[in-house]
Ligand binder design. Structure first.
Ligand SMILES: Nc1ncnc2c1ncn2[C@@H]1O[C@H](COP(=O)(O)OP(=O)(O)OP(=O)(O)O)[C@@H](O)[C@H]1O
Ligand SMILES: O=C(O)C1=C[C@@H](O)[C@@H](O)[C@H](O)C1
Ligand SMILES: [Mg+2]
Length: 160
């Protein structure tokens, strides 16, 4: 959540000379409303179902860099789908998260007591991120360009 998937994903796609896609953006485009509105109007399980379908469609139909939503790995089928793919987990600590996104109310899962919520979410999710990831890249105190290069290095991919 705010670790730089979109920013870094676009940089990596540019460097590799491939296209970039983001399942959050796919869902917003298909639904014609913001993710926070989908959470409020329909609830999280409904959003997760949309997300599972969006990830499956993108994994099947896109060959470039794909950014997933921060909670996509909660779905077991999604985790299976990611097995064997060059997945990078961009990590950051809570202080970096505060600096980056302010943990504001636009993030529906962090609306109340955001620091604690963030820590609890990450404690629950970290094992899932590391399970699906081929590489883990810490983003704290690194520029997006440095993170992009670290991902390329870790995955042993070369600039175009
Ligand atoms: N390495 C970095 N250093 C400093 N700021 C960064 C870095 N990477 C991203 N940011 C900033 O942090 C914010 C969140 O980045 P971004 O939207 O790319 O994250 P995300 O992981 O795609 O978030 P989301 O979970 O909402 O999809 C943006 O304002 C972005 O400019
Ligand atoms: O971490 C999460 O659960 C989320 C992250 C965002 O990418 C969005 O997919 C949505 O706000 C939920
Ligand atoms: Mg994003």
């Amino acid at each position: 959540m705010g670790s730089g998937k979109s920013t870094v994903g676009e940089l990596i796609a540019q460097r590799l000379g491939v296209s970039y896609r983001d399942t959050d953006a796919d869902i917003v485009a298909a639904q014609g409303r913001e993710i926070s509105d989908i959470f409020v109007d329909e609830g999280e399980p409904y959003f997760r179902e949309l997300e599972r379908e969006a990830v499956a469609a993108a994994v099947a139909g896109h060959e470039g860099v794909l950014a997933l939503g921060g909670g996509a790995v909660l779905d077991e089928k999604t985790r299976e789908l990611l097995t064997g793919l060059p997945v990078a987990y961009l990590s950051m600590d809570v202080e970096e998260a505060v600096k980056r996104v302010g943990l504001g109310a636009a993030r529906p899962l962090l609306a109340v007591n955001p620091r604690r919520q963030w820590r609890e979410l990450m404690d629950a999710r970290r094992p899932l991120y590391t399970e699906v990831a081929r590489v883990v890249v810490a983003t704290d105190d690194r520029t997006p360009e440095e993170v992009a290069q670290a991902v390329l290095d870790a995955l042993e991919l070369k600039n175009a």
